[in-house]
Design a protein around this ligand. Structure first.
Ligand SMILES: [Zn+2]
Ligand SMILES: [Zn+2]
Ligand SMILES: [Zn+2]
Length: 484
C-alpha cells in the first residue's frame, strides 16, 4: 500500500515530496525547495561543462580538450531548504539508484566465480600436463598427483564455503533491502542504505575469502608447474631422440643432460664432440652430434646403469668420468650440469623409490574434474529468488507516480530519399515543417527545464545537441524542396 504520509513533504506536509537531501536526509516538495544560481561554462568544442564561482571566473582552457572558447550561462540549482546543501536528488532517481545498487551487489556475488574459474583452468592444465608425463613414462616426483588432487579438493571446499557465505549475505540484509525496495517509499531510503552498507561489508569479506583462497591455490599451482616445466624439459629431449634411444617397455626415462662434451676415453675412439647424455632406469646413453652442421645425432655408446661408476671433479677445469669394466669415458659439462650430475645418477639408480608406483593415484587424478556451473547456478538462483521478491512486490503494489519524461522524444529523422512523385512535394514539405515545429518546441521545453534546474547539465547538453542537429537536417531538406 502506498500511503500519502510516506510521501508527504517534510516541510509543508501538504504536497508530495519530490526531492531528497543526501546531507540531512530531508524529503521535500518542489514548492518548498530553495534555489541557488550557479555559473557554468560549457566547452564549445567538446561540450564538457563546469560550474565556477564568480570569484574564480570561467576557466581559460577546456580541461578535456584544450579548446579556448566557452558558452557561459547561469543555472538554478535545487538546494535543501533545511541545510542548504546542493547534494539533493530527485526521489525517482533515488529509487532507481537504490535498485541499481542492489543489482550491483548481486552481480559482484557472481563475479567472484571468475577468480575461481582461473584457478580451475590452471589446475586442469597442470592435471593434463602431469597425466601426459605419466603416460610417457615419466614417473618422477610421486607426490605430484596428490598435490594436484589437493588443489582440486581445496577448490571444492572453497565452492561450498563461498556459497554458504553468499547465502548468508542474500538471506539477511540483502533480502531485507529487496523487500524494502519492493515497498519503496522515501521513508525507507535510510534503512535501505543501512542494509546496503551491511551487505557491502559482508560482500567485501566474501570477495576477500575467495581472493585469498584463489591466490593461495594459484601459488601452489605455480610450484607444481615449475616441477612440470622441469620434467617437460627432459621429456622433450627424450622424445626428440626416441628412435635412437630405442627404450624397452620396462625401461623408464630419468633425465637428459644436454651440452655435455665427450673429451676422451680409455677404450673408445677419441674424436671429441658435444651431445646429450641420457639416463634411464637401465642405461646411460650418449648421443653425439654428427655431420657438418652437427644437426644429426649418433649413438656413441650405451652402458648398463648398474655397472657405471661416476666420478666428478669440480672446479675450474671440472669434468666427470664414467667408469665400467671396459674402461673410462670422460666428459666436460657446463657448470650447472656438473653440479647436478651426481644427483641425477643417484636419482636414476634409486628411481624406484622416487617414482610414482601407485597407478591408482594417477587414475584417480584422471577421473577428477571440477566445474563451476553448479556454483554459478546456485548463486544465480539465490539472486533470482531475492530479486524476484522485490520485482513481484513492485508489480503488485502501486509504484510512486513517475514524473513524465522531461520532453517528448525527438522526432525520428526524416527518411533520406526524395519524396515520390505521387505524394507531391507540397505534402512532403508540410510534413517536414510539422517535424521542424515539433523539434523547435522540444528545444524550447528543454531549455525551460534546464533553466528551472530540472535536468542535469550533461543531459541538457546531450539532448540539445541532438535536437539541434535534427533541426539542421530538417532545414536543409526543407530548403532543398523549396528550391525544387
Ligand atoms: Zn512542501
Ligand atoms: Zn538538507
Ligand atoms: Zn572541450
Amino acid at each position: 500500500m502506498r500511503l500519502f504520509e510516506d510521501y508527504a513533504c517534510c516541510i509543508c506536509r501538504q504536497r508530495e515530496a519530490s526531492y531528497y537531501c543526501e546531507s540531512c536526509f530531508l524529503t521535500f516538495c518542489s514548492s518548498c525547495t530553495k534555489r541557488k544560481s550557479v555559473n557554468y561554462s560549457a566547452c564549445e568544442k567538446c561540450g564538457s561543462a563546469h560550474y565556477f564561482d564568480a570569484k574564480s571566473g570561467p576557466p581559460s582552457v577546456c580541461t578535456m580538450c584544450g579548446h579556448e572558447s566557452f558558452r557561459l550561462g547561469v543555472r538554478k540549482l535545487v538546494v535543501c531548504p533545511r541545510c542548504l546543501s546542493e547534494n539533493v536528488v530527485d526521489l525517482v532517481r533515488k529509487r532507481e539508484e537504490q535498485t541499481a545498487r542492489l543489482n550491483a551487489i548481486t552481480r559482484s556475488l557472481l563475479s567472484a566465480s571468475s577468480l575461481m574459474l582461473n584457478v580451475i583452468n590452471s589446475a586442469s592444465k597442470a592435471k593434463a600436463r602431469l597425466l601426459n608425463l605419466r603416460k610417457k613414462g615419466f614417473l618422477h616426483n610421486p607426490q605430484l598427483e596428490e598435490d594436484v588432487l589437493g588443489v582440486y579438493e581445496a577448490l571444492s571446499a572453497l565452492k561450498v564455503k563461498a556459497l554458504s557465505k553468499a547465502e548468508r549475505i542474500m538471506s539477511s540484509a540483502a533480502s531485507r533491502a529487496a523487500l524494502l525496495i519492493r515497498e519503496w517509499s522515501p521513508r525507507s531510503i535510510r534503512e535501505i542504505e543501512a542494509c546496503f552498507e551491511q551487505v557491502e561489508g559482508a560482500l567485501r569479506d566474501y570477495r576477500q575469502l575467495v581472493e585469498e583462497e584463489c591466490r593461495c591455490l594459484e601459488e601452489r599451482l605455480r610450484e607444481i608447474s615449475s616441477v612440470l616445466d622441469y620434467l617437460d624439459f627432459h621429456r622433450e629431449l627424450f622424445e626428440e631422440r626416441e628412435q635412437l634411444l630405442a627404450m624397452e617397455a620396462s625401461e623408464k626415462p630419468v633425465c637428459a643432460l644436454p651440452h655435455v662434451k665427450y673429451v676422451g676415453s680409455s677404450y673408445l675412439p677419441s674424436n671429441k664432440g658435444t651431445g646429450v647424455l641420457f639416463l634411464t632406469t637401465e642405461r646411460v646413453v650418449f648421443l653425439k652430434k654428427e655431420g657438418v652442421l652437427r644437426h644429426s645425432f649418433k649413438k656413441y655408446f650405451s652402458l648398463p646403469l648398474a655397472e657405471v661408476e661416476l666420478n666428478v671433479k669440480r672446479g675450474l677445469r671440472g669434468y666427470f668420468t664414467l667408469k665400467t669394466d671396459k674402461g673410462t669415458v670422460r666428459f666436460t659439462a657446463p657448470r650447472q650440469v656438473l653440479e647436478n650430475v651426481e644427483a641425477y645418477f643417484t636419482l636414476a639408480k634409486n628411481f624406484q623409490a622416487n617414482s610414482q608406483l601407485d597407478r591408482s593415484l594417477t587414475l584417480k587424478l584422471e577421473s577428477t574434474a571440477i566445474g563451476l556451473s553448479d556454483f554459478r547456478r546456485a548463486i544465480a538462483s539465490l539472486i533470482d529468488s531475492t530479486l524476484k521478491m522485490g520485482e513481484e512486490g513492485a508489480r503488485s503494489t502501486a509504484t510512486p507516480k513517475q514524473r513524465p519524461p522531461p520532453i517528448a522524444r525527438p522526432c525520428p529523422r526524416p527518411i533520406n530519399r526524395p519524396a515520390s512523385p505521387s505524394t507531391g512535394d507540397q505534402e512532403a514539405l508540410m510534413n517536414l515543417e510539422k517535424k521542424k515545429y515539433a523539434v523547435e518546441q522540444n528545444l524550447k521545453r528543454l531549455k525551460e527545464l534546464w533553466d528551472e534546474g530540472e535536468i542535469p547539465l550533461e543531459e541538457y547538453l546531450k539532448m540539445s545537441r541532438r535536437l539541434e542537429s535534427d533541426l539542421y537536417e530538417l532545414n536543409v531538406k526543407i530548403q532543398k524542396l523549396k528550391n525544387g
